[in-house]
Design a binder for this molecule. Sequence first.
Ligand code: B12
Ligand code: SF4
Length: 364
Amino acid sequence: MQINEIDLEALAEQIRDWGRELGFAQVGISGIDPGEHTEHLQRWLAAGHHGEMDYMAAHGSKRSRPDELVPGTIRLISLRMDYLPGDTRMAEQLADPERAYLSRYALGRDYHKLIRKRLQQLAERIQSAIGPFGYRAFVDSAPVLEKAFALQAGLGWIGKNTLLINRRAGSWFFLGELFVDLPLPTDAPMQDEHCGRCQACLDICPTAAFVAPYQLDARRCISYLTIELKGSIPLELRPLIGNRVFGCDDCQLVCPWNRFARPTGEHDFQPRHQLDSSSLASLMRWSEAEFLARTEGSPLRRAGYERWLRNLAVGLGNAPSTIAVLETLRLYRDHPSALVREHVEWALAEHARRADATEITAPA
Ligand code: B12
Ligand code: SF4
């Protein structure tokens, strides 16, 4: 079908309906100019706030220029998929220092595959209606300023915690997008932000990772430290990480807009292997084979077994000095990985230091 034969308004409406049928909570369409966000990205990179995430700096201007990434692109169809599992009692889990807190997005199966498959199905539906057209599907898988384009597509505003927030759904959702060569009508971008004077996210951040509202120094963010950072976790940040062993949700847990978030209907995002209720010690005792078997198709695979143990050692160093905690740590003193051994020694030294401090301050 020729472009001038297509009713683009009607097609845009159909795309919204198909998106919902495929499990997306919302669909929006934007052009390919992220406006001021290009400069924000440049400033962030120049300040070194991306740390070791070289991929954030590696693609020149492609991240903010979709037509450089996929020539011919003139619109982005941005979609969001909610991932909040039902009642996982995660706040209780976070408050218990012997338990492990894994960020909510990582409790179930990996989202990349699922969302990419649904995006592909959406493209196929469009194709069956209008014939062949140019498209590419991405979900956190290519250099794309996803939040900035989703904002342009009217899906929400970028909050002070730097996440995309939606008035009716909060921020517990993933973003994905279809790059297309169709001149679809665009949605109105979100004009205002609705954080107002609230800065609960900035105040709660355990590691003080926000240098200002809307600006995150990823090098201090627990999500970066536990997932992206390959080497040793800076000593001064370890005690602040508490029991967060894979990612962090504090700046979302505290966001008042998340009162409006609804649990996901996706079976894939439901917690697996009691990851929402396990103790640090029990997770640390997983062998490598158990880790590999239990994290198949899970976002936890990104960290790998060595960093999994590194993160758990930090959590156990921050836990109360119970027999289970100390015995588990001692099991890993001679682990083949120097990275693991170093974090285990740090954790044991923390327990020894706290025991000394208690002795000194205890009444005679
Ligand atoms: C790199 C990255 C990270 C890094 C850095 C985070 C960051 N804020 O950049 C780390 C590892 C820390 C991280 C953590 C998390 N991430 Co992440 N991450 C990304 C990734 C790959 C790129 C983000 C990016 O472009 N950063 C560049 C910097 C410049 O952007 P920024 O800090 O957000 O700043 C923007 C604005 O704040 C604004 N801005 C900047 N400075 C200023 C100054 C002023 C004055 C103003 C007004 C505005 C402004 O412009 C910038 C560009 O839009 C995206 C996927 C993608 N391809 O987009 C996922 C993504 C952002 N992450 C996501 C998630 C879920 C998370 C976590 C919640 C996971 C977890 N539970 O641990 C945490 C949340 C931490 C946080 N508060 O951001 C989702 C967010 C969904 C949503 N609702 O927004 C995304 C979109 C992945 C996806 N496809 O779903 N992430
Ligand atoms: S995810 Fe946690 S550590 Fe990172 S900015 Fe948010 S509150 Fe701070």
